[in-house]
Ligand binder design. Sequence first.
Ligand SMILES: Cc1ncc(COP(=O)(O)O)c(C=O)c1O
Ligand SMILES: N[C@H](C=O)CCC(=O)O
Length: 427
Amino acid sequence: MTTSSESLYQKAQQFIPGGVNSPVRAFAGVGGTPVFLNKADGPFVYDTDSKQYIDYVLSWGPMIHGHNHQAIREAVIKAAENGLSFGAPTELEIQMAETVCSMIPSMDQVRMVNSGTEATMSAIRLARGYSGKNKIIKFEGCYHGHADCLLVKAGSGMLTLGEPTSPGVPEDFAKHTLTATFNDIDSVKALMEANKDDIAAIILEPVAGNMNCIPPADGFLQGLRDLCDQYQSVLIFDEVMCGFRVGEGSAQQLYNVTPDLTTLGKVIGGGMPVGAFGGKRNIMQQLSPAGPVYQAGTLSGNPVAMSAGLAALKLMGQPGYYDSIYQYTQQLVSGMQSLADEAGMPFTTNHVGSMFGVFFTDDKAVNSYQQVASGDHNRFGKFFHLLLDQGVYLAPSAFEAGFVSKAHGSEQLDKTLTAVKQAFANL
Ligand SMILES: Cc1ncc(COP(=O)(O)O)c(C=O)c1O
Ligand SMILES: N[C@H](C=O)CCC(=O)O
């Protein structure tokens, strides 16, 4: 019998390229038909046949409080009653900027944008304008959105689709993007040494979440900080995914390394389209209209998005907020590992805060892009579908991190682990 998702997917492909508005949604890495969703509540999403799934995608990270959280929903409704967009300054933007800067001490000033892509693209332009240098260093397997200069050896959908460098980016642009190996400081040293006077910035996900979940190795982030100081380059932490997800002060607080610029998105919008970039005052003051580096946005600082984001950040500020999500994540990955060991399945996991990754591999620990790339992705695809059938929704790719929300509880944990046990028995 055809499901309504199958019918909708067929129709979608007539009018939308590939049937989706973002490639990672197309199930390209796992096969089959993407489920079309029409409702989400707490830890659950629902498809168009009303089937319920325990959700570990959480809209690719933003929904840390769980779906349809009452405080965020009410903030959105209240803001919308006053108008959807003004294209003029609002007090809400000041509140948002003040809140973000107080939660992330490395940020003296912040500029709001509409997506993570805009945040990283603008941060790179600012770093170039500030430093007067051209080249940037990024890491193979890290994804920073789809700006031209960042679509080089990128992660997420680009890895899933097997095209880590996109056609359409002229060689003349791409030549300014150098790529190093995540968790390998020597690969960065070599690039810095060879391009001494021309590295404007190093950009990375301090906790990589777009080549599955890879934590930074001990000393790696500090090593990057030292190199940026030595060569007077700007260190950009792209915390679009891990910001406020791995802790209240984000990855930079967790690992005690201070970047010059930080990019944010996802969680700070509470589910609305938002991005932000900010950092040291002397760098941010180069930004138009305070300085000469141009950056703009018709809908930037949108009052509905600011209200949703402020409500989301307020919830996160509660004492002990993260404890239960960390505990759930820890129990989830250790439970999966025990079941894999019992089943004799070559399998390992990573987790940082409420981000996690699962790997079908003989390796006991996974800390590099190469290890992720050489995992058993066919087996992951089967595992994904066995869980999906049982109402557990993982990201449809072996190159994406999973996420846990505050709304996930012991009932969902038990149900997930029962489904995982069943899946291992059928792999
Ligand atoms: C680390 C990181 N940076 C940037 C982006 C781009 O954000 P967006 O999809 O909102 O443009 C993403 C996600 O897509 C991301 O995970
Ligand atoms: N991994 C991506 C961002 O984090 C997934 C979101 C997307 O590209 O649609």
